[in-house]
Design a protein around this ligand. Sequence first.
Ligand code: SAH
Ligand code: SF4
Length: 411
Amino acid sequence: MNAVTHPTARPRINTAPDLNADERERIRAKAALFAPPPAMLPDGRRDLVGLSREEIISELAEIGEKPFRAKQLWHWIYHQGATDFARMSSIARPLQEKLAARFVVGRPGITTEQTSTDETRKWLFRFRDGQEAETVYIPDRREDRGAVCISSQVGCTLSCTFCHTGTQKLVRNLGAAEIVGQFMAARDSYNEWPSPKGDTPRLLSTIVLMGMGEPLYNYDNVAKAMRIIMDGEGIALSRRRITLSTSGVVPMMDRCGEELGINLAISLHSVRNDLRDEIVPLNRKYPIEELMEACRRYPAASNARRITFEYIMLRGVNDSEAEARDLVRLIRGIPAKVNLIPFNPWPGSDFKPSTREQLARFAKIVMDAGFASPIRMPRGRDILAACGQLKTESQRARRAENAASEDASPV
Ligand code: SAH
Ligand code: SF4
């Protein structure tokens, strides 16, 4: 049975935002169980990265310093990219020393940094407790700019059957410092400090929260990190340049739209509840109808800022022309674009990528219905930076990838 042509096949649940409040609390309480360790060095020095302006002000008050110092520090940390208090020339030497005795301006450690033949760059970052997560820079082929793909968790609680991260249990959530830190360390690597004034694009011009983990299951840390990144006196990245990808945590989508106003990408992958229940198990909790309603009311969506529907193309599973037509019906009326993702195989995965002919047929139906439907080219395959290929067993994954790459090659 088809969820699109038979929308009443499943009882409808009322999804009014206020009825989501309890659910949001439950999600937050669970997130707290996987909280990151405090952003502090063993010697007790506190990391200033990841603190809100108010938190910096109160840290400074504790050592008898006035609030305007927070503004100065913010400028040095987030506009200039300084990590050394001695470089902060608007602050007198004695205060620099006092700050250095109490605080640090941290960065994640770099376990590996690799640059692909297609110029995609991938870092495996190591945090203070030894946990690691990946960040990828994907340059735009046509322009001197690109996207930084950031992780929000180590592992993931969800277990989408096509996703390698889904085979790793959730280890913990990343803290705001670790989320902002991924972007700042990527900027260090490209020497992109100080931040440009206004909305001037740089190489690292956009952020996509599409790395490891489900960002809406770590909403508080993600939101805090994004507020820091959007702050006009620091990195000052516009909310229009940030996209959060979710597998469909409906109650948190409203919150994200209202509070952050960033772009949304939905990992849809199927137009039928029976299939989506299987490949994106979160669908059993928040079925397609609820997800679509949440998309329709997403505050930041407009014709200028469309919702991206991500659709991973799995051969013989979800890639028929009938499904393409159902997809078009499902998203009609939503300011949307569709991102068709060739499946990246990994060891132990049962799926095969769609053939390039089928990909093209599917894309044409979506395009003819008036939706942009770019096929996401797998990038950085040689360094295992493509979607869904994550750190564990990377050598084996690479061999499997190469073996299957002929079929998956983009149209
Ligand atoms: N948890 C969030 C964000 C991280 S996943 C989410 O699911 O949206 C980022 C994207 O990579 C998702 O669209 C996901 O479906 C896709 N992805 C996961 N495994 C993949 C694979 N093996 N091949 C291609 N894309 C994959
Ligand atoms: Fe988690 Fe996203 Fe992978 Fe699903 S696709 S297991 S939500 S990271």
